[in-house]
Design a protein around this ligand. Sequence first.
Ligand SMILES: Cc1cc2nc3c(=O)[nH]c(=O)nc-3n(C[C@H](O)[C@H](O)[C@H](O)COP(=O)(O)O)c2cc1C
Length: 171
Amino acid sequence: MEVKDAIMGRRSIRKYEQKEVEDEKIREILEAAIWAPSAGNTQTWRFYVVRNRDLREKLMKASYMQKQIIEAPVSIVVTFDRDEIDKFYGRRGVELYAIQDTAAAIQNMLLRAYDLGLGTCWIGAFNEEEVASIVRVPPIERPVAIITVGYPAEKPTSTRKPLDEVVRYVD
Ligand SMILES: Cc1cc2nc3c(=O)[nH]c(=O)nc-3n(C[C@H](O)[C@H](O)[C@H](O)COP(=O)(O)O)c2cc1C
């Protein structure tokens, strides 16, 4: 698939087929994640793959009952290691670089998943402490997102503001 087709065709999927996702495809998605750029190539991101239904139900509850978490067969919780990024870049690393690094990794995951015929939803609205405890994230890590992965059962559309509204050419 052309990169442009993946960028333009991907949409957030919140309804999924009741069908498992192959381990190999999840591995491909994680492989795409780790090839994202990161500040100083520090790669402080971490990924927790959750297939267990009880755990996903808990994740759904910790995410204000967002049902796509229980509908999709896989959730991937993305975190970063606060200590590691702090060691390299201090406060700017913890507050800015690690957020950008994990976001770049997540976007790679969404695009690769789409390329593999899968749907995803990037979920940011959740209780961090609860999510950390459900997937047993060590205290030095901060959960930043939950990514649901599964075979899509909907074809949503979404629009964008026109370029003119968001771009400024400066000289
Ligand atoms: C940082 C971030 C947090 C998000 N959190 C949620 C969320 O909690 N629940 C949800 O359903 N979608 C969430 N989304 C998905 C957005 O709603 C979605 O990307 C946006 O509406 C554009 O739609 P599209 O992805 O289909 O193009 C989030 C996206 C981002 C980047």
